[in-house]
Design a protein around this ligand. Sequence first.
Ligand SMILES: N[C@@H](Cc1ccc(O)cc1)C(=O)O
Length: 422
Amino acid sequence: MTNALIEDLTWRGLLYQQTDEEGMAKLLDEEKVSLYVGVDPTADSMHIGHIVPMLTLRRFQQAGHQPVLLVGGATGMIGDPSGRSSERNLLTEEQIQHNVDCIKGQLGRIFDFKDEANGAKLVNNYDWFGNMTTIEFLRDYGKLININYMLGKDTISSRLESGLSFTEFTYTLIQGMDFNHLYDHHNVRIQVGGSDQWGNITTGLEVIRKTHDEEAKAFGFTIPLVTKADGTKFGKTAGGAIWLDGEKTSPYEFYQFWLNTADADVVKYLKIFTFLTRAEIEALAEKVETEAHLREAQKTLAAEMTKMIHGEEGLEQALKITAALFSGDLKALSADEMKVAFSGVPSVEVTKADTNIVELLVEAKISPSKRQAREDVTNGAISVNGEKVQDLDYTVDAKDRLEDAFTIIRRGKKKYFMVKFS
Ligand SMILES: N[C@@H](Cc1ccc(O)cc1)C(=O)O
């Protein structure tokens, strides 16, 4: 019998390396298990790369298994060298505590913590490392792992030339001890991680093997790196990473990020990121083939993701701003929404408070020359805060300042500029 969950994960392309494919499938057929994924609090928000293993765990939860989410209060203080070419800077304890709190809040948007049978559990590895002594660490755990074994790991060997501190070198053992701890105390049988976590996951299995008898059975698998068909890096825009925190990446920007997915990637992302069913995704895939210009798959992806992370309200705001920018009619937007809508547009500073529109266009380099600026105005190509301005003598002044701070100028159909007055 094939396991329906495994079949679904395979179809979604979520299984990369597995320590024991058959063993894990058998386990999942026989029992409801607990499984875990960890995240280090290196920032005060997760970004969309972090959520792929989380969403995968959520799929397990929907199938009746129990997710255990580890926030690395201890490991965050050490720094995982996996997938990094240089040593990390250490964060202070206060920063880490703050980050842990922020991340915990975000996990609530993805998981169900309430279900009596298999509600998600949250753990922090600082709870078992905070008071461990050096002697205990070296005698009880250091002895379990051979240096040669550790040097065999890509994440370690690849850093030997460029430099790797003893601190980061031990990271894999610390994470391995987590797996062992969760195995013993939370009955966790499977660890999931991004593709760079293979080395750390297998160290955990090694620790479990060494501290238990033959009967101990634990598994691990990694998830492939999310890629883009054009070869550029997924999840990054010119403005940086796409964060879950709405203050860092507004719901509108978040929505736009997904909406801009290429046709070549959109079906893959629907599988990885959404909880739409196979039939629903296949129907959308069909539309990418037959009526790609309608971008229904992208719109669905963007709506699903924005709703998941920012709720109905966030989605509504994103749709409202999107519609306003598309039609050029900004009147429906509040000053606050204007700020969100234009946070990504080029902002230019001008010095004079009250400026003739033509001069302003030139000074802010919105139009390339004075002649062009005049033409733009008379042709009706210029609007100020969404209102067309065709009068060459128009003065942009305090009445045009949104929140007393900025003015939105549009040139042509889609080019927006935020003008600030200094
Ligand atoms: N090392 C993982 C995070 C992690 C930390 C502790 C663990 O036990 C598991 C995973 C990462 O950097 O993504």
